[in-house]
Design a protein around this ligand. Structure first.
Ligand code: CP
Ligand code: NVA
Length: 311
């Protein structure tokens, strides 16, 4: 397996291997510092980023390499050079490309033309690095994932998709509560349903937040308006999503040991109340911190050819 474009690219064994590698890098932050010696990794971010960009740059440095971060205005890509030509040229200099952009098709095109690993650092459809950190955070808390329920409450989006795919591969139960019209994409639901069946979990798709969080060990939400969503939808989305805010009342309906998760950045008073995200059940800063060993683990696994790949 050369690239990580979405969680569904992984086998269940690959995901388990990445979680084990993440644990190893969390314990050995400067382990494998010779891997990228004298080598570079190109990071191309067409959308803003705090966690993904800084954790990935730091991961490259910890693996002994040099990150080269570029924005859309800095490459000839912005002046019409094709994605395929860009991929071929970068492949002759760098060891990997990490890309955050809009359409998933662009990242697939880049990966198809690149000879080096390509990692999706968030697209409109997927956020695989985030989901690996989410599961690792839950594994740190609960030791085993199998049989635990994770409830996602809010707008179906890239974070929801990767979380669903990762939870399914890990044998977790997943419950997703969205307003009508905000459901996760059909292909993600199909993959999740198939994998959940194979790994012994359960999938619930509902419009009722209370039904989703019942028996949940984790309650997860994300922003109501993602990067790239049309700004003029803000008010309509806020009206539709207000009943899906995660507050203390909703958390009280989950298991007593349930944690609150959010990929960040968060909007207190919108998708989550301040008392929940800043309260004792919140694991959001642990989640954010875990993005660093995940980035190390993913780069290491791809560069060492350790992943089998699902197709
Ligand atoms: N969670 C996450 O990916 O954050 P950034 O947008 O800051 O990278
Ligand atoms: N769904 C959000 C996640 C940000 C990390 C977005 O795409 O903007």
């Amino acid at each position: 397996m050369k690239d990580l474009l979405r969680i569904a690219d992984l086998t269940a064994g690959d995901l388990a291997r990445l979680l084990r590698l993440t644990a190893w890098f969390a314990d050995n932050p400067y382990g494998s510092e010779g891997l990228l010696r004298h080598r570079t990794v190109v990071l191309y971010f067409a959308k803003p980023s705090t966690r993904t960009r800084v954790s990935t740059e730091t991961a490259v440095v910890r693996l002994g390499g040099t990150p080269i971060s570029v924005g859309p205005g800095e490459l000839q890509l912005g002046r019409g050079e094709t994605i395929a030509d860009t991929a071929r040229v970068l492949s002759s200099y760098a060891s990997a490309i990490v890309i955050r952009t809009f359409a998933d098709a662009e990242v697939r095109e880049l990966a198809a033309a690149a000879e080096i690993p390509v990692v999706n650092a968030l697209t409109d459809g997927h956020h695989p690095l985030q989901a690996i950190a989410d599961l690792f955070t839950l594994q740190e808390r609960f030791t085993t994932l199998r049989g635990r329920r994770i409830a996602y409450v809010g707008a179906g989006n890239n974070v929801t998709h990767s979380l669903m795919e990762a939870a399914a591969l890990s044998g977790m139960d997943i419950a997703v509560a969205t307003p009508p019209g905000y459901e996760p994409a059909d292909d993600v639901v199909a993959f999740t349903a198939e994998e959940i069946e194979r790994h012994g979990g359960r999938l619930l798709l509902t419009h009722d937040p209370a039904e989703a969080v019942k028996e949940a060990s984790a309650v997860y939400t994300d922003v109501w308006l993602s990067m790239g969503d049309p700004g003029e939808e803000r008010e309509r989305r806020a009206a539709d999503l207000r009943p899906y805010r995660v507050d203390a009342g909703l958390m009280a309906q989950a298991r007593d040991d349930a944690v609150f998760l959010h990929c960040l950045p968060a909007h207190r008073g919108e998708e989550v109340s301040a008392d929940v995200i800043d309260g004792p059940r919140s694991a959001v800063f642990r989640q954010a911190a875990n993005r660093l060993p995940v980035a190390q683990a993913v780069l290491y696994a791809l560069l060492q050819g350790l992943l089998e790949g699902a197709r």
